[in-house]
Ligand binder design. Structure first.
Ligand SMILES: [Zn+2]
Length: 399
């Protein structure tokens, strides 16, 4: 596969393009971020934005929050730098890990803030995971749509019009370029969050099994309602220069935030994606489909920042990428498929020119594996029926 000369990202990376020197557009955006953007004036824009909203509502802003490094940094920064009183909103995707919960408890006591936690109906989550996995080769639809929709509903219900998200998507992809003012709105939601499936589409894909009302947590609120409240939903990363490594160090030192072991992630990146015990499966599927996964993504960031040599980067990719994670067993129980069916689905979503490689051995078991909740199997007969129907459809209509 073709790879970026600078960061090694392959041609199967979403939105990637290479220039005449063989460098990718994400690398070029990174240069733009560091050399062209005037971060001092961006910071002043942030001051002005906050001045406009501070003290005028029950809370100064909403911070959608997972407990991972980016949302923790966002929360820390807004409280420390601006003394804001945010309402923290957490959408629980169902796979929170023990260390994450500990981090959140520590954080809430050290910083002090009000927090809402929302846990959606597991029975619906299971169906959504299976359906989006079959149709898109990506089971995270419920999580990504929920994370981005649910806080917007809270904004409307509680009349808190300012929402702060973390990093910009242009850190990692080119759905938006770094000079776009990336508003976290419905346009962005449709372009890059919901896999092209709105909740209404999902309702039909699930054969109308659940009333539309049940899918509300995954539905983006109507434009008129958001407009009426004058909602601004922005990335903190539009106003301050985002640097994951430095920020993770600061929250560790100042708040006692701790990283964790993650399946198929080199230990030196223990701050990455610690919030979900299905992360290993997500990354594994990505590897099978696209021929690369999280280690490539992490060393690419370091290569852009000139913090690692290409030799070491290649070594880490080779050591950690594409091993079969233990979490796969759990995932299969939760959605009711077997391993053979799993590979059949993934194969249907391969990104050309990658060829699926399932011979990379097994990933190391993480220290907390035995503490992950394993309750909540799917009904195997039901899942098998849905799988068989999917297969027939593929045969008749193709992908
Ligand atoms: Zn690159």
């Amino acid at each position: 596969m073709k790879k970026c000369n600078n960061c090694l990202l392959p041609e199967t990376h979403e939105t990637i393009q290479y220039d005449s020197l063989g460098n990718c557009n994400v690398c070029n955006q990174h240069t733009f971020k560091n050399e062209v953007i005037d971060w001092n004036s961006k910071k002043k824009e942030l001051d002005n934005l906050i001045d406009k909203y501070r003290g005028k509502y029950d809370y100064d802003c909403i911070v959608p929050f997972s407990g991972g490094k980016d949302s923790t940094w966002t929360l820390y920064y807004l409280i420390k730098e601006y003394k804001l009183n945010p309402l923290v909103v957490r959408f629980d995707h169902g796979f929170m890990r023990p260390n994450l919960e500990k981090n959140i408890k520590n954080l809430s006591r050290k910083l002090g803030f009000d927090m809402i936690n929302f846990t959606p109906n597991w029975k619906i989550v299971q169906k959504l995971m299976l359906r989006s996995f079959l149709d898109k080769g990506d089971f995270c639809w419920h999580c990504h749509t929920g994370i981005f929709s649910y806080p917007m509903w809270i904004s409307i219900e509680k009349e808190i019009p300012l929402i702060f998200w973390g990093e910009k998507s242009s850190e990692y992809s080119s759905y938006f370029s770094y000079d776009d003012d990336e508003e976290v709105d419905e346009k962005r939601f449709d372009r890059y969050i919901n896999l092209g499936i709105t909740s209404e589409d999902m309702y039909f894909r699930l054969d109308e099994e659940f009333d539309m009302k049940r899918l509300k947590p995954y539905t983006y609120p109507p434009k008129e309602k958001l407009k009426k409240l004058n909602v601004r939903s922005v990335c903190l990363g539009s106003y301050i220069s985002w640097d994951v490594k430095t920020q993770s160090n600061i929250i560790s030192k100042e708040l006692g935030w701790t990283g964790d072991e993650v399946e198929n992630v080199p230990p030196e990146y223990n701050y990455e994606k610690i919030e979900c015990y299905m992360q290993g499966v997500r990354d594994y599927i990505k590897y099978l489909k696209r021929g690369y996964s999280r280690p490539s993504h992490l060393v690419a960031l370091d290569l852009r920042n000139k913090r690692i040599t290409k030799e070491r980067a290649k070594e880490l990719i080779n050591l950690y990428e594409g091993k079969k994670p233990k979490s796969l067993d759990l995932f299969l129980k939760f959605i009711g498929l077997n391993e053979k069916e799993f590979y059949e689905v993934v194969k249907n979503h391969l990104i050309s020119p990658n060829q699926m490689n399932i011979d990379r051995g097994n990933a190391k078991l993480t220290h907390d594996f035995h503490h992950w909740n394993t309750e909540g199997d799917s009904n195997r007969d039901e899942s098998k029926k849905i799988f068989d129907e999917w297969k027939d459809q593929i045969k008749t209509f193709g992908k």
